[in-house]
Design a binder for this molecule. Structure first.
Ligand code: ZN
Length: 387
């Protein structure tokens, strides 16, 4: 059965009346066919339409041969007339993306000779895969040319040439297609074989934004968005940048420089903190001069700080320096150091007793224990044969 495809007669038709031809129950709902439909079935990278037939929800639309199948949430009476209403906002958004994609693919094809070998309309950005490498620095100029086509508000022509006309029609395709071929033409920018729905004139696309490219299978995957989708993404990015500008007290178009300045300042501060920390470590180590074995707790040290403080104490105390940093709830990181002697068996004994793990060289051990401070102190207070 052939469904009359109203979406090819008028891509802007969102409401129509049609007769129910068949309705069959399936595992996922009801498959309904009509004598005519404005619901576009999934194809050519464009998703199938959703909407309503009467009060019944249309969850998806697919093509089966020449028949358009509506996947519905409930049954419809065969032979009855139903009012169809497609989710126009979603469909128009897809038309904006699809027509925009043709313009960009046409420009890339003309400039580099590359073909669009993959097109995906996700929920966020759309991606186009090209079979060649597009230099990232040329994106801005491709984007400018594409938006030039939008602002020129060119009429988009969708047509099926006759078998006699077809050999003379120049269009973007990787291989020769048999008649009938539907051609979508953006005058001066693109001519392409396509089964999708498109806006009437390029001005409806509103805006074409190219976000970037990544290498993909020896070619290029381009990320882009058009129309309302592009505006939503740019709105989101602008809102984020506004927060950054407030945080840095910087002009909204100067946040990059402000972030660079902040990073440079942080780097300088970090350097200064390391210097100050070393002075504190030296002073702490001095307190333990000649004291023999030392057990020391210090708040919130990172692994570098922990190692440096332990080394500093070991140089002064004349015995083994054991430094712990952490909390009873999250456990303690530790370092053990001694100028002379082998700490490996002591380290093993300690991690076993304090539920931890670690290791290292004979004169230096590090790791982590899952034990409380009191438990650690008790372990170090135990009398030992030697260490
Ligand atoms: Zn297309």
């Amino acid at each position: 059965m052939q469904t009359r495809k109203l979406y090819y007669e008028d891509a802007h038709l969102s409401e129509f009346t049609a007769q129910v031809m068949t309705c069959e129950k399936t595992d996922s709902g009801y498959e309904v066919t009509l004598d005519a439909t404005a619901f576009y079935p999934e194809g050519g990278g464009q998703a199938g339409d959703t909407g309503y037939l009467g009060e019944v929800r249309v969850l998806d639309t697919r093509e089966r041969g020449e028949t358009v199948v509506h996947l519905c949430s409930s049954a419809l009476e065969v032979d009855s007339m139903v009012a169809g209403r497609i989710d126009w906002d979603a469909r128009f958004l897809r038309m904006q993306q699809h027509s925009g994609e043709h313009i960009v693919s046409g420009i890339v094809n003309r400039r580099y000779g590359y073909h669009n070998v993959g097109f995906h309309m996700g929920t966020d950005v759309i991606t186009i895969d090209f079979d060649g490498v597009i230099p990232d620095e040329e994106l801005a100029s491709i984007e400018a040319e594409a938006n030039g086509a939008v602002w020129a508000n060119l009429p988009i022509r969708c047509w099926v040439p006759t078998p006699e006309e077809l050999p003379d029609v120049v269009y973007r395709t990787k291989r020769a297609l048999p008649w009938p071929v539907r051609i979508v033409e953006v005058p001066g920018y693109d001519s392409c074989a396509c089964c999708g729905t498109h806006v009437k004139a390029t001005g409806e696309i509103g805006l074409i934004k190219l976000f970037g490219t990544v290498g993909f299978r020896g070619g290029t995957r381009m990320e882009m968005a058009c129309g309302k989708r592009a505006l939503e993404i740019l709105d989101g990015a602008y809102a984020q940048n506004k927060l950054v500008s407030q945080a840095f007290s910087a002009q909204i178009m100067e946040t990059g420089a402000a972030a660079d300045r902040m990073n440079a300042l942080l780097e300088k501060q970090k350097f200064r903190i390391v210097g100050l920390q070393r002075q504190i470590f030296a002073a702490t180590a001095q307190q333990y001069a000649g004291k023999g074995n030392v057990l020391h707790f210090e708040d919130s040290l990172d692994s570098t700080g922990l190692r440096e403080l332990t080394d500093a104490i070991a140089k002064e105390c004349g015995g083994m320096a054991a430094v712990f940093s952490g909390s009873d709830t999250e456990g303690y990181g530790y370092c053990l150091a001694a100028k002379n002697g082998d700490l490996r068996s002591f380290g093993k004994e300690m991690t076993k007793a304090l539920n931890g793990r670690g290791g290292g060289k004979p004169g230096f051990q590090q790791g982590r224990v899952m034990a409380g401070r009191a438990q650690i102190q008790d372990f170090f207070a135990l009398p030992r044969k030697s260490n």
